[in-house]
Ligand binder design. Structure first.
Ligand SMILES: [Zn+2]
Ligand SMILES: [Zn+2]
Length: 346
């Protein structure tokens, strides 16, 4: 089959690789109809996370079930499905509680040996383990493109806004208006927020924030803390969603939240550290919640319903649609930030 594979640091290429086969009784093989390039794919390309040359990249996909193992009960050949970006076992203590991102056997598609050694989804076909857990049926009313991100960033946005318990008339600040920030804004609106502010530095992202329903705040031009204070009689935001994952963004989040407010950190962290004066957080009675990776399986039914209702809509986010064979160009566009989201069509 055709697939996008890691070549050397800084380079991906198209390759003909072996077709995936059913390896475990719970597996399904999905013929991919749409797949996308994600920021975390770039970590592998840039050598920030290890992956072997020749390994298939990608974890965002929709498609049609083409084969199922004997243990697959909920899906049949021909079903239109979205694939979960994180592959959970569905049976361990954490999975049974819906905390699938903490699964004892947590794996990722296309994420190298440390991701569980599964091949990725930027290909004509992908093997999905524990298919009953890691696939979601797409309603007939929803096309492939609108369903694609339900397996990853769209549902992450809904998860973030829900963790923050966004309620009616809340003033919400979303720091970082990339894909997760975009969907966090839409989700905050869907959950009934009074007003949402989208804070970023890049004009293209601020434009997307506005399309998603936020008041864009260009942090170069206006101090976010002032913008939020002006909108709330000096109090600050009821809810802040930090969707960047940098110490600066974290400090900005803690700066714009009101006393007694709630901060959800969905931006990804690894080795960074910040100095925290605990007494300040304590005296301000803040709620601080680290989202971790989205347990997509616990939230994607709700996310799909929001897509069906039109309240979550990924269409404005997609800047490029390319044939799979043009993936190298797609990676270039995405890496140079000339694309907000690249969809590949096998
Ligand atoms: Zn992703
Ligand atoms: Zn599990």
């Amino acid at each position: 089959m055709r697939a996008v594979v890691f070549d050397v640091v800084g380079k991906v290429r198209l390759a003909d690789v072996a077709d995936p086969t059913l390896e475990e009784p719970g597996d399904a093989i999905v013929r991919v109809t749409r797949t996308a390039i994600c920021g975390s794919d770039l970590h592998f390309v840039h050598g920030k996370a290890p992956i072997d040359p020749g390994d298939v990249l990608g974890h965002e996909a929709v498609g049609v079930v083409e084969a199922t193992g004997p243990d697959v009960a909920r899906f049949a050949v021909g079903d239109r499905v979205v694939v979960a970006f994180n592959i959970a076992c569905g049976a361990c203590w954490f999975c049974r509680r819906g905390e699938t991102q903490l699964c004892d056997d947590f794996r990722n598609l296309g994420a190298g040996a440390f991701g569980g050694g599964l091949q990725g989804a930027q290909a004509t076909h992908v093997r999905v383990p524990a298919a009953d857990v890691n696939l979601l049926r797409i309603p007939d009313t929803i096309d492939d493109e609108r369903a694609l991100f339900v397996g990853d960033v769209l549902t992450t946005g809904l998860y973030s806004a829900s963790l923050a318990a966004v309620g009616r008339s809340d003033t919400v600040a979303v720091i970082g208006c990339g894909p997760v920030g975009f969907f966090s804004i839409q989700a905050a609106r869907a959950l009934g927020a009074g007003s949402v502010f989208g804070i970023d530095l890049e004009p293209a992202r601020l434009e997307l924030a506005a399309i998603a329903g936020a008041v864009p705040v260009d942090a170069h031009a206006r101090h976010p803390q002032t913008a939020l204070a002006d909108a709330t009689d000096g109090r600050g935001a009821d809810v802040v969603i930090e969707a960047v994952g940098s110490p600066t963004a974290f400090e900005s989040a803690m700066g714009v939240v009101r006393r007694g407010g709630r901060v959800v950190v969905v931006g990804v962290y690894a080795g960074e550290s910040v100095e925290v004066q605990l007494g300040v957080y304590w005296a301000r009675a803040l709620t601080l919640r680290f989202a971790g990776i989205c347990p997509v399986h616990a939230w994607w039914d709700r996310a799909m319903a929001e897509v069906e209702a039109g309240r979550l809509d990924p269409t404005p986010l997609i800047s490029h649609r390319l044939p799979l064979d043009d993936a190298v160009a797609g990676y270039g566009l995405f890496d140079r930030r000339e694309a907000t989201k690249v969809v590949l069509i096998p």
